[in-house]
Design a protein around this ligand. Structure first.
Ligand code: 4AD
Ligand code: MG
Length: 441
């Protein structure tokens, strides 16, 4: 396609940056994007333009463009939105091996001086997250968000292929799935309600209608601990299947995580390169260790804890550093688990549950287990644990009308992204993170 040099600003583009990079030398293009960098060498002015699909260098020579275009090129500032018309040329020195020789240049929206400077970033530690609405334009953040998206696409594909139906569930609820200590309370027309910690109970209800279900929606935890793996709002992928025990559940999880890794490697290898990240491919079956073995390792590494307690964060981190691929810790004591967990037939202190732990110190990414499906057992458990019977009434009632054995799990989108991208802190895996100290931007 030949593009005539136009003196008025074009109102649409012919190519994305990625398409321009892939176009044959000599192709005329109109691209639109933001100015990432600007420089000049001798009489030639350069800029790098990004549009979300990639970055491309453009070169502007005074005698090749109308005077207004040259003036705009001189005036333009970093992060301004621009339209560029030009010819694709091969240039071995340029990023991506191509460059656009500019024939027309227009400022669409001129940016003020970019506030994210080295000295501003150094001046206070929270600056980049205070300015997150702008800071996300960087190469690394975009790469992380694309990888996160790929992980989610992989999950949707995987579940659909395996016969699961996508459901939704309310975020405003009346029961604690994972215990009362991390509930966000809200005033719901003078009644107490909470933000949902997990959609699990709604999945369990949906089972009898749909057989196998999955869900992807935000979960809320009033986590009082400031750690590198806790957000107060995060996105969880959860799945639940009827007529499936804990072994089926574990297989479902490992194959899911494998397919996530596969898809990220196939489609987002450039992004992993941008992040300087490589990881060992997780072949199935994943390694499995018992809670008792995990506790032994933790004690050996100097983080002792009583049998029956949950793995301390530091112990979990040290155990996880011993592995190169994700692994399961199985057989958690009931005292470390939520009330709904089924216990072993031979030992009522041990649950049919497991955590999936990411390697290299990243820690837990999923928790799953087999649920009590028997009415009497569940009723007894609720009473034994002194839980508010009223709010669990409907959950219990499910066990009266044909509840088969069933199991499921929840895997955190940001925890998984953190491991796959190799991020120090989970907040980097969220576009606009919510933590104990942050509710803005
Ligand atoms: O281990 P959790 O609390 O398990 C559940 O909520 C189950 N009801 C899920 C189920 O069986 N359907 O949470 C599941 C996962 C964790 O393994 C972790 O990946 C993520 O959700 N997660 C968090 N991610 C970020 N910040 C937090 N505060 C998180 N809490 C849990
Ligand atoms: Mg857990």
């Amino acid at each position: 396609m030949t593009v005539q040099q136009s003196s008025s600003r074009p109102n649409s583009r012919t190519h994305s940056v990625a398409q321009a990079l892939a176009a044959a030398p000599g192709t005329s293009v109109i691209i639109m994007g933001w100015v990432a960098t600007k420089s000049s060498i001798g009489g030639i002015k350069f800029a790098t333009i990004r549009d979300g699909s990639g970055y491309i260098q453009i070169a502007c020579k005074k005698d090749r463009v109308p005077p207004e275009s040259f003036a705009d090129f001189e005036t333009v500032t970093k992060e301004s939105a621009v339209a560029v018309e030009g010819i694709v040329r091969e240039d071995k020195r340029a990023l991506g091996g191509k460059e656009i020789s500019v024939t027309g240049f227009w400022i669409i929206s001129l940016a003020e001086d970019w506030p994210i400077t080295r000295s501003a970033v150094k001046s206070h530690s929270s600056f980049l997250y205070d300015k997150r609405h702008l800071a996300i334009r960087g190469r690394k953040t975009s790469a992380v968000i694309r990888v996160r998206a790929e992980i989610i696409y992989a999950a949707f594909d995987y579940f659909v292929k395996n016969g699961f139906t996508l459901i939704s569930a309310p975020s405003i609820v009346q029961n604690a799935v994972e215990g009362g200590s991390t509930l966000f309370e809200i005033n719901y027309f003078e009644k107490k309600a909470y933000l949902s910690q997990s959609a699990q109970f709604y999945e369990e209800a949906s089972l009898a209608a749909l057989g196998k279900v999955f869900i992807f929606q935000p979960a809320f935890r009033a986590e009082k601990s400031k750690t590198s793996k806790h957000l107060t709002e995060f996105w969880m992928i959860e799945a639940e299947q009827a007529f499936a025990d804990q072994d089926d559940n574990i297989r479902l999880q490992e194959n899911l995580v494998k397919s996530m890794a596969e898809r990220v490697l196939a489609n987002r290898s450039e992004d992993l390169k941008t992040l300087g990240r490589s990881f060992k491919f997780p072949e199935v079956p994943f390694p499995r260790i018992t809670y008792d073995e995990a506790r032994e390792i933790s004690i050996k590494k100097g983080v002792p804890f009583e049998w029956g307690e949950d793995l301390p964060t530091e112990g979990e981190r040290l155990i996880s550093k011993e592995f190169e691929v994700p692994f399961f810790v199985t057989g958690y004591p009931l005292t470390a688990r939520a009330f709904y967990h089924m216990t072993e037939e031979t030992n009522d202190k041990i649950t049919k549950s497991a955590d999936l732990i990411a390697p290299e110190g990243y820690g837990e990414i999923a928790t799953g287990g087999q649920r009590i499906h028997d009415f009497a057992q569940m009723s007894e458990r609720i009473q034994k644990q002194d839980l508010p019977t009223e709010s669990f009434e409907w959950y219990l009632e499910l066990r009266k009308y044909g509840m088969p054995e069933h199991s499921g799990f929840g895997i955190g989108a940001e925890r998984t992204t953190r491991w796959i991208c190799g991020l120090k802190h989970i907040r980097a895996a969220s576009l606009f993170p919510r933590t104990i100290t942050r509710v803005s931007p």
